[in-house]
Every structure is written in structure tokens, then in C-alpha cells.
Design a protein around this ligand. Sequence first.
Ligand code: DX5
Length: 223
Amino acid sequence: MTLPKIAPSILSADLLQLQTQVQAAERGGADRFQIDVMDGVYVPNITFGAPMIAAMRRATTKPLEAHLMIVHPDHYLDEFARAGADLIIVHQETTRHLDKSIQHIKQLGKKAGVALNPATPEGALEYVLEALDLVLIMTVNPGFGGQKFIAYTLEKIRRVRAMLDARNPGCDLEVDGGIELATIRATHQAGANVFVAGTSVFGCADGPQAGVQGLLQAAQLDE
Ligand code: DX5
């Protein structure tokens, strides 16, 4: 089983203490950070744009993932790349030409990820799987932190893990939404290796460092 990597989502961070919280999460073992970009159209919430990527670029040397929960992501790929994103994730449901979007991200010199909402079948990845650096399986319906994990996504994680093992073993399989001590174990056992966590890191009563450490320990229990 692969070593788990934690990607704290700053959606749940205290933005007035962002750098301090990011440094604490790093001390806890965070592998990278995810910035949830939401436009209030594709999802019913508005969050951050490229300026937040640029700010995070100054706060940490860890890789930054721009998770684009926006319509027309192709219009913004260059801007997010310039702002300092290392990996750009587009939702399959928002792109008319997914192959073209992936190629655009790679031509910018960035890693390319595709996200699938809970009800989107893994077959949507069939013809682009080998081109990807990351597949993101949403384990909640996107838009807000603190939601309840959707259990039926476990089967999709298992199926995508089998697809990647056969055709693109170096690709990350990331999950996002409702990831906490119980669900990180189940999703890790199902085949995920990167775990986006907002509430369970930045909402942890003992602070972000303990939040990340707790998730890493939980993921590796019974190994
Ligand atoms: C989509 C967002 C959230 C966030 C993590 O709604 O992508 O999933 O990153 O949320 P938590 O970890 O608080 O469930």
C-alpha cells in the first residue's frame, strides 16, 4: 500500500493566520497544499482566485494544487500557472474539450489533474488516463468544507486505482471531502494515496500540526 500524502485545503484555514497555519501543517507532515478556487457558478460558493495562489507561493515551498471548481477553466489556466500553481486540477464536468485542457496545462509546464464529482463515472477518464499526473475523486459534492463523506465513492476509488495500476501507476489518486480519521483509512485501503483535508486539519482542536499528524497515523494503521 502506498505512503499517504496529506494536502491541507486552505478553504477551512483562518485566513488571518494563514502563514502560521500553513507552517504548522508543514511541521505536521503536509506534502502539498490545495487552494479551492470556486466561482459561485459551477459551485454555490465564491472563494479565491489567482492572488491567493500567489500569496500561498510566498508562504510555503511545498507544491501548490489549484483545484478549479469554476466554469470556463481554460480561460484561467495561464493566470493560475503564472501565479505559482504546480498542479492544476480541472473538473471533467466543466470542460467541453478535456483533452485540450490537459494539454494546455502541460504546455504551461504544470502537472495536470482531473476531478470527478461523486456521480460522474470513472469511464470519463478512459481516453485521457495516461496523460494525467493526478485523478481527484470528489468524496463530497463540491462547494463547501465540513460536509459528510459519500460512502458510495469508495467503489469508484477502487475502480480508478485498478485503472491506474494497469495504465498509469505513477499517477496520484487523490480524494477530497469529508476526509477525517475514519474515512482516511477507508479511502487509503480503497487505493487513494493523496488526501485533501480542510476541516480535519485547520479545524483540529490541537492545531493544524496535530491534525496532519493524526491523519497520517490513521491512514497507516493496520498496515
Ligand atoms: C469542495 C472542497 C472541500 C474541501 C475539503 O467542497 O474541495 O472538499 O477542500 O473539505 P473538508 O476536508 O472540510 O471536508
